[in-house]
Design a protein around this ligand. Structure first.
Ligand SMILES: CC(C)(COP(=O)(O)OP(=O)(O)OC[C@H]1O[C@@H](n2cnc3c(N)ncnc32)[C@H](O)[C@@H]1OP(=O)(O)O)[C@@H](O)C(=O)NCCC(=O)NCCS
Length: 167
């Protein structure tokens, strides 16, 4: 299925919410609030990178990146997620293309690194690794992975943007 990837536009927000909610209905680990989180991040100006995948002009996938802090300090790191692909199009490389393009955009912004909370079996292919110096309370340590984008080391307890508390 040919698809294209581009930054989100104002008119995409409804479609992004629908795709996000549809994707997470089937997800193993879901808060059920991922659609609201994307809207809250956007409203707070914290959607640092927000890309959509389109098929024939229709939004079928989305990835968000927002700033995180380590030990309460903004050190130029970001968090990947939520990332969503419409369920009928899973397994065609659209999620991976969104993530790779998003990481390239982050690098273009001068980001120093990125964390992700998710299944290591999926995120290792993008270079994410568990790093004992980067912690996130409440999940098994292997699920919080980090990728340095500038070769520097980071350390501390990760906190996501307050938009992640949206319901
Ligand atoms: C995760 C998601 C965005 C991946 O999109 P996608 O377009 O299906 O992914 P791709 O086609 O790029 O990659 C497919 C590969 O990822 C694997 N994969 C997909 N989701 C996975 C997951 N949650 N855990 C482990 N592996 C996963 C598939 O088995 C497949 O593996 P293979 O390449 O070794 O065969 C999509 O499955 C989705 O929307 N899931 C629901 C929302 C979600 O869970 N988001 C991530 C939260 S951490």
């Amino acid at each position: 299925m040919p698809y294209a990837i581009r930054p989100e536009r104002d008119e995409d927000s409804g479609a992004i919410r629908r795709v996000t909610e549809a994707a997470f209905v089937q997800a193993e680990h879901s808060s059920g609030t991922e659609g609201a989180i994307v809207d809250a991040l956007r409203a707070a100006g914290a959607l640092s990178v927000s890309l959509v995948a389109t098929v024939e002009g229709e939004v079928v996938g989305h990835v968000a990146f927002s700033p995180v802090t380590l030990d309460g300090v903004d050190i130029g790191w970001y968090g990947l997620g939520p990332v969503s692909v419409r369920p009928d199009l899973h397994g065609q490389g659209i999620g991976a293309a969104l993530i790779r393009a998003g990481l390239a955009h982050l690098q273009g912004l001068g980001a120093k690194g990125c964390v992700v909370l998710g299944d290591p079996a999926y995120y290792r292919r993008f270079g994410f690794r568990q790093d004992p110096a980067i912690r996130y309370a409440g999940v098994p340590p292997e699920y919080l992975m980090a990728l340095s984008l500038d070769g520097s080391q980071a350390a501390g307890e990760v906190a996501y943007h307050s938009g992640f508390s949206a319901t």
